[in-house]
Design a binder for this molecule. Structure first.
Ligand code: ATP
Length: 370
């Protein structure tokens, strides 16, 4: 089963909540929709769920018109951030709800419903809590009930909108791993909306990065992280440093650092470069182009240390990540003088307009293998 979304547009008055969105969702895929608030993630999910309709565009499933099917006929399971459990029903009754309200000819027998609910409660690790009411559960337990309820009808597609948004970080991490395992065990197709890009990178087969109703990039996590296609994706996914480079002869340069330009950046005179914190080398040998930097702060975060380094010649503070065990080996204490250069960057030339806008189609990647 492939869901093919073609040229979807949805306006609310003058605002395009979705603007020409096309996307294929493969059978068995775990897809994460990420993007800032208001970028259109929920609107897209609601259209798939049959709770809203696009102004233009189509969705087909194996070539059949998906939008013409009612929400019930689509056979999707839905879980939202705010566990909309029925307060007056027990956990068991909540999970059984979608089966009980089926038309008689499609409704399983009482025994079948009981067996399915038992199986699901076991699967979501709540077998002992079936007779409790939602108010007697923790947030994480409620979200697992909501998932079990969505799964009870054996959906083809599971749609999740920030399902762990209201939970604390530890519960969230545990639940997302559990969700990924469940997705694999049950062979589901899952579309997951999240604000949390770390969650998306960890969980999904592919990420869809949205911005202002449009898709900026679709790809597997490592591609989105290593090869962001647009400045927006560079800045939205993961941490990054942004510097401006200028063309000097046959090099791109910023302060005392430069790199051979070759054909990169073509005719343009300046460019913006994005450098991940782990792609800054702190001990560049004499003779190689580098910035002179001073270490300002060390923030120890378990196995990784985040460093702030100040580079006077470009008047910028950059973030650098090193393995914590390297702090001692490299004698990294505040005040230390360093020779710093990027080992990898993603660059976009800036056009000649007064604002100097990035030219996305001329993007290039520089990698120092040296
Ligand atoms: P968030 O992460 O904050 O949930 P989102 O990416 O899910 O955001 P959407 O909820 O899809 O964003 O909203 C996209 C845009 O459409 C927003 O600007 C929102 O205000 C607008 N919008 C959504 N639903 C409606 C509606 N029913 N009426 C008017 N505007 C709406």
């Amino acid at each position: 089963m492939t869901l093919a979304l073609k040229r979807l547009t949805r306006h609310f008055s003058a605002l395009a909540a979705l603007d020409d969105v096309s996307l294929d969702i493969a059978d068995g895929e775990f897809l994460a929709l990420v993007g800032p608030s208001g970028s259109g993630k929920t609107t897209l999910l609601r259209i798939l769920a049959g709770l809203d309709y696009p102004d233009e565009g189509s969705v087909t499933r194996n070539g059949q018109d998906f939008l013409a099917a009612s929400a019930r006929e689509r056979n999707v399971g839905l879980v939202f951030q705010h566990y909309a459990l029925f307060r007056h029903l027990t956990v068991r009754e909540n999970v059984a709800f979608g089966l009980r309200v089926r038309p008689r000819r499609r409704r399983p027998s009482r025994d079948q419903i009981r067996a399915r609910v038992d199986g699901l409660l076991k699967r979501v690790q709540l077998a002992d809590l079936g007779s409790r009411y939602p108010s007697q559960l923790s947030g994480g337990q409620r979200q697992r009930v909501a998932l079990a309820r969505a799964l009870a009808v054996e959906p083809d597609v599971l749609l999740l909108d920030e399902p762990f948004g209201a939970l604390d970080a530890q519960v969230r991490t545990a639940l997302r791993r559990w969700l990924r395992e469940l997705h694999e065990e049950l062979g589901l197709t899952t579309v997951f909306v999240t604000h949390d890009q770390e969650e998306a990178l960890e969980l999904a087969d592919r990420l869809v990065v949205m911005n202002k109703g449009r898709i900026e990039q679709v790809g597997p996590p490592h591609v989105i992280y290593q090869d962001p296609a647009t400045p927006f994706v560079c800045e939205f996914i993961g941490r990054t440093n942004r510097i401006v480079m200028e063309r000097r002869g046959d090099t791109w340069a910023a302060g005392g650092w430069s790199v051979t330009a070759g054909s990169s950046g073509g005719r343009f005179r300046s460019a913006v470069a994005y450098i991940r914190p782990e792609h800054l080398s702190l001990s560049v040998p004499e003779g190689k182009p580098a910035w002179g930097a001073r270490l300002r702060h060390v923030y120890l975060a378990g196995s990784i240390a985040h460093l702030d380094i100040h580079i006077a010649e470009i008047d910028q503070t950059l973030e650098v990540d090193v393995a914590s065990e390297d702090l001692g080996r490299l004698a990294l204490t505040p005040g230390t003088a360093l020779r710093v250069a990027p080992t990898r960057l993603v660059a976009f030339p800036l056009d000649d307009s007064p604002a100097g806008l990035p030219v996305v189609g001329e993007r290039w990647v520089m990698q120092d293998r040296g």
